[in-house]
Design a protein around this ligand. Structure first.
Ligand SMILES: [Zn+2]
Length: 207
């Protein structure tokens, strides 16, 4: 009888030690998704389903940086979520089928999934098919985004490389290098032109 009870205890203890904690830890890690920033997936900001998006050929050789100009900078998750929704509504009204950017970043350093890594964006004309478009929400013509927003941008690019969506030897450009626009704003443009991987010219290439 005692050995029977003991064997039940052994089975129970080993299942706790080998079974539950692993699963628990895995679920917890998946929730926190390992990223050095808080990622808000589409369903978390209330995105409407995308219509007619096409796959992006990855890894891409370019990263294109944008600002929004409008909406203005958002400093809370709620504000940023509502900025995402208003941009999606606007881009849908242009017939784009979804928010144009692949990702957007708020001033609270949250990363908001737009079209994501696997879908071609509509953000920079001829660069759409060869780039990931990252938008720093706000008007950065004269002011710079807060440091944490800039750090989240760099960390997102690192994730893209690590996960095989951005080429390790990628080239970084601002929107205005591809099209006639002020985007990503003079102050932000000047700053990114000092970042690693920045190139002074966008050169169209077969990809
Ligand atoms: Zn832009």
């Amino acid at each position: 009888m005692i050995s029977y009870i003991l064997s039940i205890i052994v089975v129970f203890v080993s299942s706790v030690v080998n079974g539950f904690p692993d699963r628990f830890i895995k679920e917890k890690q998946e929730q926190e998704n390992h990223y050095p920033y808080k990622l808000y997936k589409r369903e978390e900001w209330g995105a409407l389903p995308a219509v007619g998006v096409v796959p992006l050929n990855t890894p891409v050789p370019y990263v294109v940086i944008h600002h929004t100009y409008i909406p203005a900078a958002c400093n809370t998750t709620e504000m940023c979520k509502s900025s995402m929704k208003s941009m999606q509504n606007y881009h849908n009204s242009l017939g784009w089928g979804d928010i144009g950017y692949n990702f957007c970043i708020g001033s609270e350093a949250g990363v908001y999934e737009g079209r994501g890594w696997e879908n071609k964006g509509i953000h920079a004309g001829r660069a759409n098919g060869v780039s990931v478009g990252i938008c720093l929400i706000g008007d950065w013509r004269t002011e710079l985004p807060p440091q944490s927003q800039l750090e989240a941008t760099k960390a997102l690019i690192k994730t893209g490389i690590k996960e095989g969506y951005i080429r390790p030897d990628y080239k970084l450009v601002g929107h205005k290098q591809v099209m006639a626009t002020e985007c990503p704003g003079g102050a932000l443009y000047q700053l990114i032109s000092t970042w690693d991987h920045f190139v002074p010219e966008f050169v169209e290439m077969k990809h």
